[in-house]
Design a protein around this ligand. Structure first.
Ligand code: GLV
Ligand code: GLV
Length: 322
């Protein structure tokens, strides 16, 4: 008999078809977001699950299910999964790194450039019929070329963002738990390691690409925003909770920084309603990895991991406790 798995959210039909070659698949193509209780119920008798950030895999859940062997998360981030609890319950977990690096880096640039050059704000103004004349000082913003880019979180996505800055002749500062090798720094447009405060004080554009964990909670709050230049932009494509959204709103209101680009929010898909009252923030619904090719690659990668893990092989992206 094929092992049973749960695909917890809607996914590409061809990926479901592939999973059906190996497993008895319970799918959720109408994409109902499962409550923790529903998830526990649906996982009864399942050996595997393909999940996204909306599924919390924690001690509470794992105590209620038995026989679960593997959770394959379709995301590079895995802050929704308690690895220690998985370890204690003998459950393997995997993520989908690498396949989304370049697509996510592209989007980081799009968001940062939109925030700096006020693209969505100008478009709203145009759509509202306000464009009756050109003026020398309409929608002025900071330049990107020649400016200093500050990258907090210099993993594979951060390095891909840095490489793109070569064409903009930017100086790159980065802050990370560990320093890159000299070769990696060179490849990342000669990125220079800096303390967080030094980076925030010097950067013209700050971009956040670090994983969420209790240690990175509110990496950017009121104090950090106060260190930034009044002409600076802040872009978050990592996770909600890395920025203190209320503090950011307060800073944007008084133009303590010029603008922000946000793809992730605290408590998303809910978010602080005051963001909607601000002109100087570009808001997108957690779509940094959303190219057709990359989302399919992420789903296939999650499926590869699940197939490996439940057929006795080592999942290529097995997460282990650090
Ligand atoms: C995806 O990121 C989700 O919220 O499930
Ligand atoms: C998306 O946010 C991911 O972690 O892949």
């Amino acid at each position: 008999m094929k092992p049973a798995i749960l695909v917890a959210r809607a996914v590409f039909p061809q990926v479901l078809e592939r999973l059906r070659q190996y497993f008895e698949v319970e799918s959720n193509q109408d994409d109902h977001i499962l409550t923790p209780a529903e998830l526990a119920t649906r996982l009864q008798g399942k050996q595997g699950a393909l999940t996204t950030a909306s599924a919390r895999i924690n001690e509470d859940l794992l105590q209620q299910v038995s026989g679960l062997k593997m959770v394959a998360n379709m995301a590079v981030g895995y802050d929704n999964i308690d690895l220690a609890a998985c370890h204690a319950h003998g459950v393997m977990a995997s993520n989908t790194p690498d396949v989304l690096n370049e697509t996510t880096a592209d989007f980081g640039w799009a968001l940062m450039m939109a925030a700096a050059r006020r693209i969505t704000e100008a478009e709203h103004w145009l759509r509202e019929g306000k464009w009756t004349k050109w003026r020398y000082d309409y929608f002025l913003g900071p330049d990107l070329h020649g400016a200093t880019l500050g990258i907090i979180g210099m993993g594979r996505i951060g390095q891909a963002i840095a490489r793109r800055s070569m064409g903009f002749n930017m100086k790159v500062l980065y802050h990370n738990r560990s320093r890159l090798s000299p070769e990696q720094e060179l490849a990342a447009n000669h990125a220079v390691y800096a303390g967080k405060e030094e980076l925030l004080r010097q950067a013209d554009h700050v971009i956040l690409v670090l994983p969420y964990s209790p240690a990175s909670h509110h990496t950017i709050g009121a104090a950090e925003l106060g260190m930034m230049k009044p002409t600076a932009t802040l872009t978050n494509l990592a996770r909600g909770g890395i920025v203190d959204d209320a503090a950011l709103i307060a800073a944007l209101k008084v133009k303590q920084i010029a603008s922000a680009g946000l793809d992730v929010f605290e408590n998303e898909p809910k978010f602080h309603p005051d963001f909607l009252t601000l002109d100087n923030v570009v808001l997108t619904p957690h779509i940094a990895s959303a190219s057709e090719k990359t989302r399919l690659a992420m789903a296939q990668c999650a499926a590869d991991n699940l197939i490996a893990g439940l057929t006795g092989a080592t999942p290529p992206n097995l997460l282990t406790l650090k």
